[in-house]
Design a binder for this molecule. Sequence first.
Ligand SMILES: Cc1cc2nc3c(=O)[nH]c(=O)nc-3n(C[C@H](O)[C@H](O)[C@H](O)COP(=O)(O)OP(=O)(O)OC[C@H]3O[C@@H](n4cnc5c(N)ncnc54)[C@H](O)[C@@H]3O)c2cc1C
Length: 438
Amino acid sequence: MDTAGTVVERDAVVIGAGISGLVTAKCLKEDGYDVIMLERSSDVGGLWTFREHDYGVMKFTHINVSKYNYCFSDYPFPDSTPDYPHHTDMARYVKDYATHFRLLELVQFNVKVVSVEQTGEKWRITACKVKDDGKAGEETDVKIVFVCSYLAVTSGHHAKPSYPKFPGEDTFPGECCRLLWGLNPKMGALQTQPTVSPTLIHHIQRRNVKIVPNITRIEGRTVHFVNGYSAEFDKILYCTGYKIDLPFLPESVKSHVLQEGSNYIKLYKNVFAPHVGSSLAFIGFVQPASGGILTMAETQARWFSALCKGKVRLPSAPEMELDIKTEKKEAESRWYQSARHTIQKDPILYCDEVAAMIGAKPDPLKNPLLAWRLLFSTCGAAQYRLTGPHSWSGAREQVLRVPVTDMWRYSSYLLIAFLLFALYYVLSTVCGIFCAFS
Ligand SMILES: Cc1cc2nc3c(=O)[nH]c(=O)nc-3n(C[C@H](O)[C@H](O)[C@H](O)COP(=O)(O)OP(=O)(O)OC[C@H]3O[C@@H](n4cnc5c(N)ncnc54)[C@H](O)[C@@H]3O)c2cc1C
């Protein structure tokens, strides 16, 4: 506590004001909860808000997902924003969302959560004021305690840069930079999300880019690789990704939830710890196999709020444990085993499953005029606002506004032609059998 002994009581506390934090606070607010967001930096937007001396987006980062798919389900991007927006467009969009839904006034900026404990039915969160912007903000001894019934951890799963150690790396005289993720030549085509680049293959073909296996050691400027190849370099770019980091969690929760070495989180549907229940949610701890995390985080947040309201219930702890085990096994057989894929999910299947729990899964039978879109095309985020809690009257129109690419169009024509042919074949076979016996 600070010298004034500040204790702030709220219904719900949200740790972080990136996209996951904002959408969680919005859902809780809509359901009538008194909610506060604690954000260690001085702005909303998380990784999308560029900071000079911090990790997150770089000056040239564009999102690799269409704006129709990476958006809040009841707040589409303006028409003027290009598809696959630049990070400045993303940051502006997130800020506009926060302004539109009056979320900025719920954020306490430059407040970093340092510890969390559960006392009876309540959560007690200790935070400190930080001096400057950024995640490395210097802590002050001004401490504030927050007490709440519902706690959402939305501090991001790209929280801690993952640094490999190579023998001799201290002898390298050049510059070392850290970026998001690189290519791993061992990964099969469907064992990771695809890398989309119009120029990479061209550069590999022309030998401007050479793919080599791992580094064995570094001697000055010379880097040695596993296959015996070595060469001199001026710069090393570590595209080795980020890890989950939850330093503020009490050991009684963290030891159940996070395996730090492997980056694996043990949560029911990536949101709830079975031994804790629905008063603590982890929102945004999921990696989309394709598409964006935003709709996944939003669907999780709507589910969390519905649970707080008592509109739905979690299964029993043993049932949740069993589900976690089953999903882990499935993931291990599907994705390449690495720290990057521990929280990987197919976004449409995942959102459908979670949305179904709160009645927000789009139903083609109830929306016959949208059925073609819902079944055969990428219908964006608004499809999850057609029904369910806080459905949106503009959802139908927004689903229809998502452009249908030629690939989707022709694939669906092919599928329909195939189904008609199969139907014709079955009917003619049945008729043939019937005629033969009559
Ligand atoms: C360089 C880069 C590019 C990316 N590009 C894409 C992309 O193209 N498509 C895609 O789908 N995803 C992309 N991502 C993934 C990205 O993580 C998500 O899209 C999304 O921004 C995650 O939002 P979040 O709110 O969950 O987490 P974050 O954006 O990380 O926000 C977490 C917030 O919590 C705050 N916080 C953390 N700890 C504390 C604490 N102790 N106390 C108080 N506040 C705290 C942080 O300051 C931050 O504001 C990219 C990530 C990176 C790093």
